[in-house]
Design a protein around this ligand. Sequence first.
Ligand code: MN
Length: 337
Amino acid sequence: MNKKSKNSESALLGELDSWLKKFTSNGAVPVVTGMNGDMDTIGSAIALASSNSNMMACGLHLGRVAKKVCEDLSAPFRKIASSHTKWPKSISAIVIVDAASPSQIGVELPPNVPKCVIDHHDTDDWELSEYDLMIKMDVSATTEIISDYLINFSPSTLTTPVRKLLLAGLITDTGRYKHANKSSFSKTSKLLEDSEIDYPSMVEFIETEETSPSERGSLLRGLSRSKSIESGMWNIVHTNSGTLEGRLATLLIGTGAEISLVSRSRDGETRMTARASRKATVEGIHLGLIMEEISKQIGGNGGGHDGAAGWSGKADRIAAESAFIAHVATINRRDVQ
Ligand SMILES: [Mn+2]
């Protein structure tokens, strides 16, 4: 990272600090998570909310890793309903972490309340009004942004549990540092300073995923239905599954696929989850942009990172898959020496 962008990042965090101070001084500021409830969004929200008693982490759903970590640390998180959501009467502003669009929150935001979006996705669909603030940085996890903010503006918030939440978000969003930027490593070593965290046992705790026999069954059925196809210059392995799409998509990359796609259809809604190998992203695949293009073409919402992205909408499953496969075919492979 060059000096100039480093300076603009610290200026941005300064703006965040003034914005938060202004609104927490005259009311409640809920910190809302993305609806997938992954460790990055949950860890970011709880860690940030710990810096001020007028902030509270809340959201629709806790993913399984986040649930386990929160229970272990007794971390405060409030579940909220997707409709008739009750917001505090004294609400003065709202913070949204790690969500690339309003539809990724899964709850209706309160009208006419200033919002701050803190995110690291490459694409986004937010519309900002006058008092809103967008904090977006090119980092591997939103918890990196929150770590940076707390290190510089609220170091006393960085207790051992808060450091653990931030680290857990970094570990999971980087795929155990497989997709990490240089900055992820320096944030990690900063978070490990002055604390009693035993890093190996933390990773082990996060990685021990309990899979029920029925989940294992559906993963195996998803694998056995998989098809490998060539789309233009790229190999895609695709399948459908009603559950654990992210894990299945990652397993498919493990078969040597360049791009994996897992779709599911339920109650008239279709979801696609895609992953790409690092080699494929370096050579020109950006799944977030592909999903965004698909939403322009067939409706719904899509976006994400170069190597991990998703789309959801009303189109039927086959139509959505076809749109994805056809789009990949239009992308040329970049020559990388
Ligand atoms: Mn994230």
